[in-house]
Ligand binder design. Structure first.
Ligand code: GLV
Length: 322
């Protein structure tokens, strides 16, 4: 066997079986994540960690887990890993990109459509008996065909959202730090994008540079009829500024899959707003996608335990140190 792996939640059975064929596996079997203490205890015995985005992995934890040399995060985002702390300790880390691109782009579109066409309000109105008759102005929303979609962060998911947008007859503009290109997508400075878009959707990674990227000033640039969707990370959009913009009608609606605190506390004022649709971090939540994510995380753990380069390494600079 190649070593000992702490898997911080139950994952796809076949993937776990593949891992167990080559390594000793400790699985955290509870529904809720391990506490910091339990995470630390599991890590202390392990050569590799297979983590979820709910697990914070940093230097303090790793100092108590000196044998860990691989951290495979079963997510595309890896802001839960203090990457510099890992690199410094010669620990390679990986994510699970690509396999969740389509599922996350689909979920983004579910939110775009739901927010633009007021599906949450409609569902609640029907259940409350507020649907009295067909009315010309009942719950009228935004026309998407001919409207402009503004993509903030044109990576793999952003580009997949753009491809779908063309099917809906939307014009697509994007802002991304590295100015990548994609078919039928025009690059715009961020402020220009915000001012011109009918729908703004967030797809950049959460980093020090993107924290608070969309604040009160940025929201003030948006059209009052515009919709904001976030399926990336909540901290990219300032929570209080967004709340203010939605409550005052400064923007028309929002669709959110990610929150500063997850699960979203039930006393969060967002829950009191009719014009926001809220989902419990479902971006990659399809049966097939979650199985593929688990298998990719396992592939990375096994590669790391074998002393090979991780196929989805997110801190390749670590190989200059090893
Ligand atoms: C989920 O949020 C992910 O980053 O995969």
């Amino acid at each position: 066997l190649l070593g000992r792996v702490f898997v911080t939640r139950r994952i796809d059975k076949a993937a776990l079986g593949r891992l167990a064929a080559h390594a000793t596996v400790d699985v955290w079997r509870e529904r809720l994540p391990p506490s910091r203490e339990m995470l630390s205890e599991g890590a202390a015995r392990a050569d590799a960690l297979l983590t979820l985005l709910t697990d914070r992995i940093d230097g303090a934890l790793l100092d108590r887990a000196p044998t860990v040399r691989v951290v495979a995060n079963m997510a595309s985002g890896y802001d839960n890993l203090a990457l510099a702390d890992l690199t410094e300790r010669r620990i390679a880390a990986s994510n699970t990109p690509d396999v969740l691109t389509d599922a996350t782009a689909d979920l983004t579109w579910a939110l775009i459509l739901a927010a633009a066409r007021r599906l949450g309000e409609g569902d609640r109105a029907l259940r409350a008996g507020a649907w009295r008759t067909w009315e010309p102005d009942f719950l009228t929303g935004l026309d998407l065909c001919g409207a402009t979609l503004g993509i903030v962060g044109l990576g793999r998911i952003g580009a997949a959202v753009a491809r779908r947008a063309h099917g809906f007859g939307m014009r697509v503009v994007a802002w991304s730090r590295t100015r990548p290109t994609a078919p039928g997508v025009d690059w715009r400075p961020l402020h220009e994008l915000l001012a011109g878009a009918d729908v703004v959707t967030i797809h950049c990674a959460l980093t020090a540079e993107t924290t608070g990227l969309i604040g009160a000033r940025e929201l003030a640039l948006m059209k009052p009829t515009a919709v904001l969707v976030n399926t990336a990370r909540a901290e990219i959009v300032d929570h209080d500024a967004l709340l203010g913009a939605l409550a005052s009608g400064r923007i028309a609606a929002a669709g959110l899959d990610v929150f500063d605190t997850e699960p979203l506390p039930l006393d969060d004022p967002l829950l009191g707003l009719p014009n926001v649709i809220l989902l419990p971090h479902l971006g990659s939540a399809t049966v097939g996608t979650r199985a593929r994510m688990a298998n990719i995380a396992v592939d990375n753990v096994l590669a790391g335990l074998r002393g090979e380069r991780l196929p989805n390494c997110v801190n390749p600079e670590v190989y200059d140190l090893i």
